[in-house]
Structures are given as structure tokens and as C-alpha cells.
Design a binder for this molecule. Sequence first.
Ligand SMILES: [Zn+2]
Length: 241
Amino acid sequence: MRIQLLPSTFDANGHATQDQRLTCFLIDDCVAVDAGSIAIALTNEQRSSVRDIIVTHPHMDHIASLPIFIDDLYPVLHQPMRVYATPEVISLLERDVFNWNVYPRFSELHNDFGPVMEYIPIPIGEPFKVAHLTVTAVPVNHIVPTVGLIVSDGKKSVAFSSDTAETEEFWRKLNEAQHIDALLIEASFPNRMAELAEVSRHFTPASLGEELKKLNTTVSTSWPCTSSRRTAKRSSNSSTR
Ligand SMILES: [Zn+2]
């Protein structure tokens, strides 16, 4: 399984910087977990292969360029862009984004080849298929309905916490799993901003350190932390095979 964190900020020479203001992980060049930077950071090959997008929650940094990505590909989509999310998140996307005011309701539109966007409601706690992957969504503790994900390709299993503060079910699922190869989780605020982290339900390095004590199994963790909220989301491209 190959996992790439798409960059979202570029310097004057067009090179990706370490600032990470948007969230979009790409798995095996074809499945996206969230869509913050999906329209601005894919290669042409990836743009032609990504048709499955899992949305963990509807915060802007996780969906910012989802409408633009579908808009970009609108005339050439030979199959709908499949957007996987919980029914609650789908309702929020329809109400707040694809509402004919902010963006067209793509789920009702067709190009010359058929529908351009399809919502696929996902269950909580039960495995479902996304392309070649098996995914389990687990509720986490954020200020809007949000799920963490456990993703397996049959050989490797990787957990994505998405945005969360102290939570229980996610760790219970990970501890129950026979094997987790990697955990991607973030500390969104520095320790000096603990109050803001708490009200927005994110971690600081200190609170994340405490939280990780709930993990009873050994995994590779990725939780780079720096002094600002968004750079704290930075993670280098990583892969596990
Ligand atoms: Zn969020």
C-alpha cells in the first residue's frame, strides 16, 4: 500500500512547501481520503485514476477542492466520482457545499457519459469496499460528525484518525485489530494553544502523547508537530508495503 499526503502550499518556484493547510491522502494512486488539496496536487495520471473519495468530515480543509476537482473533470468523466461518507456528512455536503449556491449539486448532473457524482453512504463499524481496499469507519470526537478510518489492502492495514480529540471507539477498534501497520494522526495545535485545541477538538503534542497511551498495539505513528496549527498537519509522504 502506498500512501501519499498531497501538498497544498507551494513556493514562488512552484515547489511544495512544508506548510500543510489542506488534508488529502492518496492511496495507491486511486483512492483519496479527504479532498482538501485533491484538485491542486495530483499528477495527470492520478487525475485520470482517482474516482473514489472518502470524506471523513465536511470541514473546509478536508473538502476544499472537492467541487473543483469534479468541475475540472466534468466533461471527461466516464463514470461518476464516487464520494463515500456517512449519511450525516453527505447531508452536510449537500446542505452547505453542493447546494446550487456555493456549487452545483453535481449528484443531480450528467455529462455525455452519465452521472458525474455519486454519494455512497458508508456504515459505521462495518467493513465496506472502496476499489481494492476494505475500509472500516469509526466515529471520533470532533465538533462535527467525523470518522476515523481503518484501511486494508489485504496485506497491510493503516489507520487514519482524521480530526479528533480524546476518543475511545477508535482506539478500541485498533486494539481489537490483529495488526495495524501504521497510524496517521495529528497534533493540530502547539501545547501553548491547548485551550483552542480543546474547544475545537484537536490534539496538542501533549494531549496526543497522553491519548496514544490508549493504544495497546505497536504501530508506526506519524504525528509531526510544529508551532502553528496548519504546519502541524504536515506529514512527509509515506508508504508501507
Ligand atoms: Zn475538522
